[in-house]
Design a binder for this molecule. Structure first.
Ligand code: ANZ
Ligand code: ZN
Length: 809
């Protein structure tokens, strides 16, 4: 009988559904594993990146299920967002219809790949029930002061007509559509993620060794804690402007005597004052305004640019006059938006000083080097009055104390992380549950009135926010005073939805109607034991989710402080050297692969072609190879007679049989380490292939049966359909258990001896223990034949299990 992927796969997918094989059990006394692959956006079809993500997660989930764990392996859809609206604009299809049709299609694709997802725990974040509790969480956060409104400069995409978070701007362009992003002042809702900055940073330590280092570093840099000195320079007298001093932030107080200029951010209030009072030449005002219109990122990427402001400050220690400049590389929203320029010891300051011929004053020296700059944080202070001669660290502390004594500054901690703006001027999102009332101001909707759902009758044409234009929908009653009021028409950033979905998955679905998360099941299932997803989420999503976990803990919804115990970031899928993407036109459609080879081949190829964290280059031959391997496995197994396993006396086996058995058990041993620790599925598959090869020399049915039992067991998480089919045929058991390691198999029954000729080592052979001395000498002579040929053999010395020495003339 030949291997028929389509028949086998359909049969088992139906069976698994019938027996609820994938559903988590409500028995909370069992050991548990919560395996989560990041849920997809319902863009229309599954792509290879998804197949990879879910093949990894599924392998882990199936392994633990087989090991007797209660496994939660959920899937859902991150289904709000812009593409649905773009489809509406382009094809006139309603975002809801578009989204839910895509979901239906993709669900089928996922199940046709045999992924062992729970159906019962499935939801889409655009479901009104999810919105209901999302709005409840929003209100609870608002009431706790974790959400507030402010007018702030935001990144605005004029094509998508929406605000973007800093992280959604890539090289000055919108991450979705690629159009230029502009800066615009807008009112909006902000989440106070900064209130948790320190905890978010400290808790990264708990994740060491469990999350990739790269991700931990990216998060640490994003949070960006730095301790430094904040202090004032007095402004040299000037009648024209109000300000009397300028505050700067420095992490290098020891370089204070090296200051040769002060630079202000283009949006610093002194700069704005000078502009509004026309105290600068028009062409300079134009140039400064030009910089103001760039996003911070653009400014930092450009060449250093700045202008002298015709003002001076007084150095607090040396009393020197220091010129004031405006500079494009100074950020308006970091520190105080002004820096002390120390060109000799800071690279950016140096470039700027070189560009504009500003003095460079060296105040740190190491090994008497005669360079004009020294960018490293070590050495002795020079030209620094009473501080000269001190090491950097000591000098820094002393100078900080001095400034503190003078009462003009203090040591402070700064964070780079900014509060998260969540307002989006879009239709297809969760409505922000706030009411604008003329008498009461901003009022949260009453919890019992949730969810605030989206109206279906909207005109979506890309011009403005459809909700804002929907007069009837906006009308409402103020929950506080009962007067006519209006709903907030902005919707939430979709990252809000993906920040707590894992806790919703962990809540038993029978509680979904009643509460956001159910304490009992969340207590049991959380945290996520293995979280698998793309490295592109290293900062945004993972930081927001970590924040939510902490905020929801403090609001009484959750208990733990970190949501994801371990994280695996999978590499990209590429083809012809490029990331697979529609725009590159190099996409391989999973549906086509399933049809041609079957789901098992697709899964095997994906897990065999590269270790999960590495890039995976698409290769048609390797896919073909995966298909052939499954065929071979199937054809060999199906020839055996079904029967149960029998005892094997290892000591009575032949050399080949022992060897085959060793290979099988090596693979079994490896499987534990791969499924639980390394996830190097590629090496595990390779071991199985080796074992299968070793079996070709065997026809002992007992051993073959044991071998197939083990191989099918090891490979079931990777190629489940064919393994279930064969184990049903051979062993009559569908969900068969993992065998234990038999140590006797690993006991070496061979040894290695060295062979030397006239005392020089010329070779080495592996000898099995049952070989006698004469046989060993013959083998040894064969092995070093080229050294003894045509020579007279004088003596043969054999040292037991160690050495053969041949003496020749
Ligand atoms: C003087 C100095 C001398 C500095 C030196 C560095 C090296 P982190 O670690 O990122 O906090 N800085 C302060 N505010 C800034 C702003 N708004 N925009 C751009 N740069 C700003 O870095 C702190 C350092 O970044 C500060 O220390 C300041 O430059 C600069 F040899 O002050 B330093
Ligand atoms: Zn009111």
């Amino acid at each position: 009988m030949a291997y028929e992927a389509a028949r086998i796969e359909k049969k088992w997918q139906e069976k698994w559904q019938e027996n609820n094989y994938f559903e988590p059990k409500n028995d909370y006394s069992l050991p548990k594993k919560y395996v989560l692959s990041m849920f997809p956006y319902p863009s229309g079809r599954i792509h290879m990146g998804h197949v990879r993500n879910y093949s990894i997660g599924d392998a882990i989930a199936r392994y633990y299920r087989k090991k007797g764990f209660n496994v939660l392996h959920p899937i859902g859809f991150d289904s709000f967002g812009m593409p649905a609206e773009n489809a509406a604009i382009k094809h006139g299809i309603h975002p809801k219809k578009w989204t839910y049709e895509n979901i239906d299609y993709m669900k089928n694709e996922l199940f046709s790949l045999g992924f062992s997802f729970s159906k019962k725990q499935m939801f889409a974040t655009s479901d009104p029930l999810y919105t209901k509790f999302e709005q409840e969480i929003f209100i609870k956060m608002y009431e706790k002061g974790l959400i507030y409104t402010k007018e702030a400069e935001v990144n605005w995409c004029d094509y998508d007509k929406t605000v973007l978070a800093n992280e959604q701007v890539e090289d000055g362009k919108c991450w979705r559509c690629g159009h230029d992003v502009i800066r615009k002042k807008m009112p909006g809702y902000y989440i106070k993620i900064t209130a948790y900055a320190e905890e978010l940073l400290q808790d990264l330590k708990k994740l060491e060794g469990k999350w990739p280092n790269q991700v931990l570093t990216m998060q640490e840099n994003w949070i960006g804690k730095s301790i430094g000195l904040s202090f004032d320079f007095a402004l040299d007298k000037n009648e024209n402007i109000k300000a009397e001093k300028i505050n700067v932030f420095t992490t290098r107080a020891e370089t204070i005597y090296g200051v040769s200029y002060i630079a202000l951010a283009p949006d610093h209030k002194i700069v704005n004052e000078l502009i509004s009072k026309r105290l600068l030449k028009q062409d300079i005002i134009d140039k400064i305004q030009n910089i103001q219109n760039q996003s911070p990122r653009q400014r930092q990427a450009s060449k250093k640019e700045g202008y002298f402001l015709n003002l001076y400050a007084i150095h607090p220690l040396s009393q020197e006059k220091i010129p004031l400049w405006v500079a494009n590389f100074v950020l308006g929203d970091y520190g105080s938006g002004a820096i002390m320029g120390v060109p000799a010891h800071d690279e950016r300051d140096y470039e700027f000083a070189k560009e504009y011929n500003i003095a460079i004053k060296k105040v740190i020296e190491k090994d008497q080097s005669d360079q004009e700059y020294y960018f490293i944080k070590e050495g002795k202070l020079i030209n620094s009055a009473e501080f000269s001669g001190l090491e950097c660290d000591e000098g820094r502390e002393k100078i900080i104390s001095k400034i503190e004594e003078l009462g003009i500054g203090k040591k402070i901690t700064n964070f780079k992380i900014r509060d998260w703006g969540v307002s989006r001027q879009r239709y297809w999102g969760a409505p922000i549950p706030m009411i604008k009332c003329h008498s009461c101001g901003l009022v949260p909707q009453k919890i019992e009135n949730l969810p605030i759902t989206l109206p279906e009758d909207v005109v979506i044409n890309g011009e403005g926010n459809p909700l804002d234009k929907h007069k009837e929908w906006k009308e409402c009653i103020c929950p506080k005073c009962g007067q006519q009021a209006q709903k907030e028409s902005d919707t939430l950033d979709t990252f809000f939805e993906s920040s707590w979905y894992f806790a919703r998955f962990a809540s038993d679905n029978s509680t979904w109607e009643k509460q956001a998360v159910s304490e009992k099941s969340v207590d049991y299932w959380m945290n996520v034991d293995e979280y698998i997803g793309g490295i592109e989420h290293a900062i945004l999503h993972l930081l927001y989710a970590r924040f939510f976990q902490k905020a929801l803990r403090d609001l009484g919804y959750l208990k733990d402080s970190e949501p994801f115990e371990r994280l695996l970031t999978q590499g990209m899928v590429t083809k012809d050297g490029f990331k697979m993407s529609k725009s590159k036109g190099n996409v391989v459609d999973p549906d086509y692969i399933i049809e041609k080879y079957g789901a098992d081949s697709a899964r095997l190829f994906i897990l065999f072609a590269a270790p999960p964290a590495k890039e995976l280059e698409w290769n048609d031959n390797a896919l073909e190879g995966a298909f052939k391997f499954i065929n071979r496995l199937y054809e060999r197994a199906i020839k055996l007679q079904p029967a149960s396993l029998e005892q094997i006396d290892h000591s009575k086996l032949s050399k080949d049989e022992k060897y085959a058995r060793l290979k099988i058990y090596e693979a079994l041993k490896k499987s534990f380490e791969v499924y639980e620790e390394t996830f190097a599925f590629n090496t595990l598959i390779a071991s199985c292939m080796e074992a299968l090869n070793a079996l070709s020399a065997i026809n002992n049915e007992k051993i073959l049966k044991e071998a197939f039992y083990i191989i099918l067991n090891i490979l079931e998480p990777i190629i489940p359909h064919v393994c279930f089919e064969l184990s049903e045929y051979l062993f009559k058991c569908e969900n068969f258990k993992i065998l234990e390691i038999k140590e006797e198999v690993f006991i070496k029954d061979s040894f290695v001896i060295a062979i030397s000729v006239n005392g020089k080592k010329r070779g080495e052979i592996e000898i099995s223990s049952d070989t006698n001395k004469d046989e060993i000498l013959i083998l040894a002579k064969e092995n070093v034949a080229k050294w003894i040929v045509d020579k007279e053999l004088i003596k043969e010395i054999y040292i037991d299990k160690k050495l053969v020495n041949l003496v020749v003339k």
